[in-house]
Design a protein around this ligand. Structure first.
Ligand code: PNS
Length: 162
């Protein structure tokens, strides 16, 4: 791998979880620069605005010096071209992720042949962790400390239970 590669880690991050943070941290060790990009036009019904999601991610990774956090509203393939990124990093959990991720990877390759999608296997403890699960647990008054860092825990509880 060329060590000057710029990689992007895209997602909804509504909110960011330990699962995402594990992938971002591992990517930061593999690439010269990593840009975490929050989808501004997610089809999902998000609980946090793109700016709030960006701020939450920044709060969780104060020590990752080669990682930037940004938001985008267009096609990821165009964003990658604009930033000179040649790798898209995604975490892969269960097989249920596979078809959707495969479809996105092939579409992005078609739209921007210079960009490769690379999948990192999720850590075993994050296998079934998702943002929607975290929100559901918070809504029901459950403990979310094993799923998200302390610095954003109250932000999530405040928003979900209001
Ligand atoms: O965390 P998510 O919701 O699985 O992330 C999905 C995301 C944001 C990576 C994906 O929806 C995306 O890339 N959206 C941008 C629009 C785009 O480029 N669509 C065409 C490629 S599938």
């Amino acid at each position: 791998m060329k060590n000057s590669v710029i990689a992007i880690c895209p997602g909804s991050f509504d909110p960011v979880t330990y699962g995402h943070l594990d992938i971002i941290t591992r990517a930061s060790k593999m690439f010269h620069k990593v840009i975490v990009v929050v989808a501004d036009n997610s089809s999902k019904n998000c609980s946090f605005t793109p700016d709030e999601r960006v701020e939450m991610i920044k709060k969780c990774i104060p020590n990752l010096e080669n990682v930037e956090v940004d938001k985008f509203g267009g096609l990821l393939a165009d964003y990658a071209a604009q930033k000179g990124a040649t790798a898209i990093i995604k975490g892969l959990r269960a097989m249920s992720d596979f078809e959707y991720e495969f479809q996105m990877a092939l579409t992005n390759k078609k739209l921007n042949p210079n960009v490769e999608t690379l999948f990192l296997t999720t850590a075993a403890e994050n296998m079934y962790l998702s943002s929607s699960m975290v929100k559901q647990i918070a809504l029901m008054g459950g403990e979310i400390e094993s799923f998200v860092p302390a610095v954003i825990r109250q932000d999530i509880i405040n928003r979900i239970t209001k």
